[in-house]
Design a protein around this ligand. Structure first.
Ligand code: GAR
Length: 207
């Protein structure tokens, strides 16, 4: 049976779209079971609906506490029994309950070269710092902010006339490729996390 993923989004969902398109090909070997969001009315949810993928929305404001929301999110995602959870522009930190269930098998994509420029404004912070090279990072989510073990990275040159928007668009084009490639390999071939090192594919001992 094809292994499943659940994707969580907060915005326009162009990264999600790349996964929707990839998963539409049976040769990719990944089933996109559901798309979840922390807010209504976003293009990311509309993309999933157009593709006939089940969606759900859990808003922090609808729960008594952040921890309750986190627990509800974990329960909802677990209902789809995913082998991997993908945060694709999901602008919330997952908490203890979520990581207790999905730690080690949740990945996030960040629009900067970790460990530089973590947080919500990775593109702007890199531009303001004046770096000549930035990029994107796919990592296994841990309890920190964009600190988890790195699965894949790709560098992108900063141009003199770049704005936050032009730079982010170039980064996102690369992020989509990196995500589709790495998620496919992680789901199809497995992966291991040892300390900070992530290895794709099964180990020679078959673990
Ligand atoms: C991507 O660049 C992703 O790295 C970023 O949001 C964008 C999502 O775009 N995520 C973060 O900054 C998370 N800290 P999309 O909604 O078009 O897929």
């Amino acid at each position: 049976m094809t292994a499943s993923i659940v994707v969580l989004v907060s915005g326009s969902g162009t990264t999600l779209q790349a996964l929707i398109d990839a998963c539409a090909d049976p040769g990719y070997g990944v089933h996109l079971a559901a798309v979840g969001a922390d807010r209504d009315g976003i293009e990311g949810l509309a993309r999933a609906e157009r593709a006939g993928i089940p969606t759900f929305v859990l808003r922090v404001a609808d729960y008594p506490s952040r921890a309750d929301w986190d627990e509800a999110l974990a329960t909802r995602v677990a209902a789809y029994d995913p082998s991997l959870v993908v945060l694709a522009g999901f602008m919330k930190l997952t908490g203890e309950a979520f990581l207790a269930r999905f730690g080690g098998r949740t990945v996030n994509t960040h629009p900067a070269l970790s460990p530089s420029f973590p947080g919500m404004h990775g593109v702007r912070d890199a531009l303001e710092h004046g770096v000549r090279v930035t990029g994107c990072t796919l990592f296994v989510v841990d309890a920190g902010v964009d600190t988890g073990p790195i699965v894949a990275q790709r560098a992108i040159e900063v141009r003199d006339d770049d704005t936050e928007q032009t730079l982010h668009e170039r980064i996102k084009a690369v992020e989509r490729e990196v995500l589709v490639d790495a998620v496919g390999r992680m789901v199809r071939d497995g992966f291991t996390v040892e300390g900070r090192r992530v290895r794709l594919g099964r180990t020679p001992t078959g673990r």
